[in-house]
Write a protein that binds this ligand. Structure first.
Ligand code: DAH
Length: 349
């Protein structure tokens, strides 16, 4: 009985086809597996008369080794074949790779960096200050008298003092302009001072195409002995021409800021209509890019600088305004909406 079964199984194992993964699997399960035919015969070993057990056992072990050897050999052959298999003929390996999608730089970053580069060439190094400020740096040191209506020129977000503060503790505020950093550099740095100060500012304004509650400025200040309004004009001419080209017109329009005397607003030819008149320049042909003036002696004194000996000029320009002119962007909200269709139009990283 047993002898016949062994003979039959031997024949089967020798003949079995082992040409593909499915056949290999079927072979392993039906012959080598724990519930396979060989295991079956090993089970039946207990029915074999004692004097034959040894010989039958040896036969079964030999058959098991033979089956395992056939399987191992076929599996190795299959693996080797897979390694050497010809490449998928449907795939053209000479096609160029799909490029990774790169991000782009935000237009405000591009313009800020360009502005800082232009000023760096004439010796202005960058300084920065906090966005949450105190009344002194945003108003008082800049010559805004207490309760003076000039404080209303800029609608301010106040930050309530922490719960439990002494009664009468002054609230902090979100800086309404980067002029705060002028005060900080005047208070701390040795003279002469020549700084540009980029930063984000906040005003309590309704958001529209032309106004936002958060925007960016680049402030500048130069303080030394004998600085005049002519120096200020020259700096502004240089900056505007570097940024927008030689044939742009510039005008200084008399204005008022508490921290400068005299004060002016800087207008340049409207780049959208080239001066012909459009809705961006309200049909005047001019657009304002910032304010400037000679630092008021009272501001110098607030920072403990001798106003008899030193004088200086300062300016503040809006980064959004300059980016709008440069790229012909007609709605301020585009800068903060993160619309990929807008952002992708700028220089790749
Ligand atoms: N801080 C002013 C504003 O936000 C702009 C400005 C005007 C800055 C004149 C200056 C300056 O430094 O001299 O409207």
């Amino acid at each position: 009985m047993m002898q016949e079964s062994i003979a039959a199984l031997t024949a089967e194992i020798t003949k079995a086809e082992l040409n593909n993964p499915a056949e290999l699997d079927a072979f392993r399960i039906s012959y080598l597996g724990r519930k396979g035919r060989l295991a079956d015969l090993f089970d039946q070993l207990k029915t074999v008369p004692n004097e034959e057990k040894r010989a039958v056992g040896q036969q079964l072990n030999a058959l098991k080794q033979q089956a395992q050897a056939r399987f191992d050999e076929a599996q190795q052959a299959a693996e080797a074949a897979a390694d050497n298999a010809p490449a998928n003929p449907d795939f053209d390996y000479t096609l160029p790779v799909v490029p990774n999608a790169l991000g782009t730089r935000h237009p405000l970053s591009l313009v800020r960096e360009e502005m800082l580069r232009v000023f760096a060439r004439i010796g202005f190094a960058v300084a920065e200050g906090p966005e949450i400020e105190d009344d002194w740096h945003n108003f008082t040191a800049l010559n805004f008298p207490e309760n003076h209506p000039a404080r209303d020129m800029q609608d301010t977000f106040f930050v309530a003092p922490p719960v439990g503060s002494e009664p009468g503790t002054q609230p902090y505020l979100l800086r309404t302009h980067t002029s705060t950093v002028q005060v900080r550099v005047m208070e701390t740095e040795p003279l002469p001072i020549r700084r540009v100060m980029p930063g984000r500012v906040f005003r309590n304004e309704a958001i529209s195409a032309r106004a936002h509650m958060m925007f960016h400025q680049v402030e500048g200040i130069f303080i030394d002995e004998g600085v005049s309004f002519a120096d200020l004009k020259q700096t502004v001419y240089y900056f505007v021409q570097e940024l927008f080209g030689q044939d742009i017109n510039i005008r200084f329009r008399p204005s008022f800021f508490p921290f400068t005397e005299p004060s002016a607003e800087i207008d340049i030819t409207c780049l959208i209509c080239k001066g012909a008149g459009c809705n961006i320049c309200k049909y005047s042909g001019w657009v304002e890019i910032g304010g400037c003036g000679m630092v008021d002696p009272a501001v110098l004194e607030n920072a403990k600088i001798d106003s008899e000996k030193y004088s200086g000029y300062a300016w503040g320009m809006g980064i959004e305004r300059i980016a709008m002119l440069k790229y012909q962007i007609k709605d301020l909200r585009l800068f903060t909406e993160n619309d990929m269709r807008f952002l992708r139009q700028f220089e790749a990283l």
